[in-house]
Design a protein around this ligand. Sequence first.
Ligand code: MN3
Length: 197
Amino acid sequence: MAELPTLPYAYDALEPVISEQIMKLHHQKHHQAYVDKLNAALEQAPNLADKSVEWLVKHLDEVPESIRPAVRNQGGGHLNHSFFWQCMTPGGSVLEDGALKSDLEAKYGSLDEFYEQFTTNATALFGSGWCWLMPDLSTVTTSNQDNPLTETGTMPILGLDVWEHAYYLDYLNKRDEYISKWWQVVDWAAAATRYKG
Ligand code: MN3
């Protein structure tokens, strides 16, 4: 059984970047719905009951076709949001000197250039989806609730939800403004811990 994880901070802790209203809806309604619908789908495949959501998303081809779309969308939604909450922390955390910082600077020329490329990709994504920083430090986007884990076999080290439900109440149609503010709450220390170099 998939379960809604507890948010690692208060609902209002990411204000003013992300409002309490959005965080409550996003966690209690949207994320809860992914969990509930994933569990409903898995009732039809008892042999998968003990599998983690990471395993399911990574091995979609081993999931029965009858529930594969549900596991892809609802399982992906559960995995992505569980990860997203871990990518943020109140007030953000600094990207300290270390492998992640120096490798980002080497790959992009500067951190500012990295921010710009990530923001450009996230802004340009058509429709609903996510923008990710991968372990090879490339930035990629996925549609809907797909996670790069399915295609590449590896989890990202950072991810941004660019579905309208993630920002519309605070930023209306200004996705670029949401993305530029989002860096203020990114938990870079956690991303650095995930990065193996
Ligand atoms: Mn979302």
